[in-house]
Write a protein that binds this ligand. Structure first.
Ligand SMILES: [Zn+2]
Ligand SMILES: [Zn+2]
Length: 348
């Protein structure tokens, strides 16, 4: 996304330049800048809603990325010759987001990333005292960070990224809806609140329009909390629009238990998914000889079955033995398309 990010940054600098010119040249314009500043805490806090060096930043980063993909990108993709490339770019972004997430697990990579980030001279990188405390601990810790074990320390690192896994899952659902639902898809990920004069409701993650009907689609990431259920119910009551809950299966995303790295969508899956003449009959296919081969199975008799990078386990005698049988290869060497459960009514 380097070129797109650079141009999005130029767009913000352009807005700042317009504001800077008029604030310097035009006293009447300047008067309104002063009025903003006179609003004190309210304006400071509004400004911090754009970027803040503390907890909550992961949403701000994710929204900016979503703006590029789901707003500007979706408009770009509506030139129909671009639609397949659009989906390809989203899949590449998903793979990149998964790789970024490795900073939570691998301490050496984390340290190098933090040093790189600190040396970039970003304004407001760390502003909050409690966040800073946990960030400093994370920097020194020489172990994988987990949200259960390390809580605030884990989140201090996770919140340096654009909500990696959450964004991955939302983008997988978006791709699935476009490719498989036969509907028009409106992502609402950037529109997380619908205000009225004094109240607001929280819309679902997507709206889809199919043959005269409108459905909301809420992406279930973990077990939905009572609060989330209440939001969905409120939205349905106020709008009259039914909301379907989509859940991603536990194969999205996959972490290889051998190397602890995320398993990416291979080039073969990406090519097939983005070739619209290829009908997707099943959520998985046999996939061999690609750049990210998956082995699904055991590493020894009596063990549990997991998904591994084939490259991480192919030398093990048990795996060699299994893969020597042709009927096992079709079951064991598999790859998944972006897919989602719970939307059979839409896609069927
Ligand atoms: Zn691996
Ligand atoms: Zn593959």
């Amino acid at each position: 996304m380097d070129k797109a990010i650079k141009r999005a940054a130029t767009c913000i600098s352009h807005l700042a330049s317009i504001d800077g010119f008029f604030a310097t040249e035009d006293p009447l314009y300047r008067r309104y800048r002063d009025k903003f500043h006179d609003m004190g805490e309210a304006y400071d806090s509004f400004a911090k809603a754009m970027y803040f060096g503390g907890y909550g930043r992961q949403m701000q980063l994710a929204d900016t990325l979503d703006y590029m993909i789901l707003s500007r990108g979706a408009i770009w993709s509506c030139d129909s010759k671009n639609r397949s490339d659009y989906m390809r770019m989203i899949l590449y972004t998903i793979n990149q987001l998964l790789q970024e997430e490795h900073i939570t697990y691998f301490p050496e990579l984390r340290r190098r990333f933090l040093t790189y980030l600190e040396n970039r001279g970003l304004d407001n990188l760390i502003e909050d005292a409690r966040y800073k405390e946990n960030y400093e601990i994370a920097k020194k810790l020489d172990e994988p960070l987990g949200y259960k074990e390390h809580k605030g320390v884990y989140w201090s690192i996770d919140h340096l990224l654009p909500k990696s896994l959450g964004t991955v899952i939302e983008l997988v659902v978006y791709l699935f809806l476009m490719r498989n639902s036969g509907s028009y898809v409106l992502p609402l990920l950037l529109h997380q609140r619908m205000p009225s004069l004094t109240k607001h409701i929280i819309p679902p993650d997507f709206l889809v329009v199919k043959q005269g009907r409108v459905f909301g689609i809420e992406v279930k990431q973990l077990r939905p909390t009572i609060r989330e259920v209440r939001h969905t119910n409120e939205f349905m009551l106020e709008s009259g629009i039914p909301v379907l809950t989509a859940s991603v299966p536990n194969t999205v995303p996959l972490r290889c238990p051998k190397c602890n790295k995320w398993i990416l969508y291979c080039d073969n899956i990406i090519d097939k998914f983005c070739d619209f003449s290829d009908k997707i009959e099943s959520e998985k296919i046999q996939c061999e000889g690609c750049n990210e081969e998956i082995y699904f199975g055991r590493l020894g008799s009596g063990e549990r079955e997991y998904h591994y990078h084939l490259r991480c386990v192919h030398d093990l005698p048990y795996v060699k033995e299994v893969l020597a049988k042709p009927d096992q290869r079709s079951k064991r060497l598999i790859a998944y398309f972006p897919y989602v459960q719970g939307l059979e009514r839409l896609t069927g």
